[in-house]
Design a protein around this ligand. Sequence first.
Ligand SMILES: NC(=O)c1ccc[n+]([C@@H]2O[C@H](COP(=O)([O-])OP(=O)(O)OC[C@H]3O[C@@H](n4cnc5c(N)ncnc54)[C@H](O)[C@@H]3O)[C@@H](O)[C@H]2O)c1
Length: 328
Amino acid sequence: MRVLVTGAAGMLGSRLVKRLLEQGVAGRAVTAMDLFDAFPCTPSDAPGVEIRTFQGDIADLEICEHLAASKPDFVFHLASIVSGEAETNFHLGYRVNLQGGLALLEGLRAHGNRPRFVFSSSGAVFGGPVPDLIDDDFAPTPLTSYGSQKLIVEALVQDYTRKGFIDGVSIRLPAICIRPGKPNKAASGFYSGIIREPLNGVEAVVPVSRDIVHSSASPRSAVGFLIHAAEIDSDRIGHRRSLNMPGVFCTVGEQIEAMARVAGPQYLRLLRDEIDPAIERIVSTWPKGYRATRAKDLGFTAEANFDEIIRIYIEEEMPDGLPPVSNR
Ligand SMILES: NC(=O)c1ccc[n+]([C@@H]2O[C@H](COP(=O)([O-])OP(=O)(O)OC[C@H]3O[C@@H](n4cnc5c(N)ncnc54)[C@H](O)[C@@H]3O)[C@@H](O)[C@H]2O)c1
């Protein structure tokens, strides 16, 4: 069974590839995998699996037709410019996030094998004012370019599915915490940074007021969502192909309290509050949380609380444990 992953060099893409190679999808082992990204992909060895890597621009139709020509059974479309960058670089955001999605769908339409297509959309499709918990039928009215681009691609996924060119599912991910590595240009990046940096003994700025509420899930859960979205029976999804994913619903302050509980109060000293109006403006328009009734009924699951999210980060990313930080 052949799988295509775009954005395969990214944080979620690389973890998805690893998990797919370990566990397969829909009860079948992966025998061939095509990995695509603007940056080089470096998958681990997988004996018996034909792995091909491609580097290029997802908005290039010729490349997308080439990727689709191998007729993948499953496509995971993750290649994207993140929210902060799509907001500051309007042209780049529309080219990668919108034209890229369309080019890939056109490539798949041309080759006509109707793969299951999983699109990593975002809660940024919603814009304020929003209720405390967004229901599945709440209307998406994005207030960022990134959210608009994601919503348009969701509409394409819906229509290409209706026409029988793909069998698509768009999953609206919450903020994925705790993102390992260096900070990125996502407006939501600080949700990870304010935990990751202190746990690594580094100071971090809290750029929004601590009562901002948001919904998050671990990278482990996000990869689980993507694979589960590939496996659900089409009839169970029905004709509405966009799903709000579950997540932990908490304030920035509660996130920080969870860090003190899990790792120790000494890490709090490494945080400094300094509001960044641009970030606060973007994230305060995003949903606080989702009821995610349809997704939960379809079997999507996330962590129960932020303590769990922090424990997963420590377990997966800090094999040598936490660095000592003085109590004073
Ligand atoms: N991480 C989150 O909190 C979050 C939340 C909601 C939605 N998402 C979505 O999930 C997906 C994966 O997120 P991530 O956190 O792994 O992001 P990431 O930035 O780590 O990965 C995205 C990948 O897309 C690649 N890319 C960018 N432009 C490209 C182009 N023109 N052609 C080909 N590849 C290109 C990048 O090189 C990168 O490897 C994205 O679609 C993102 O919008 C993420």
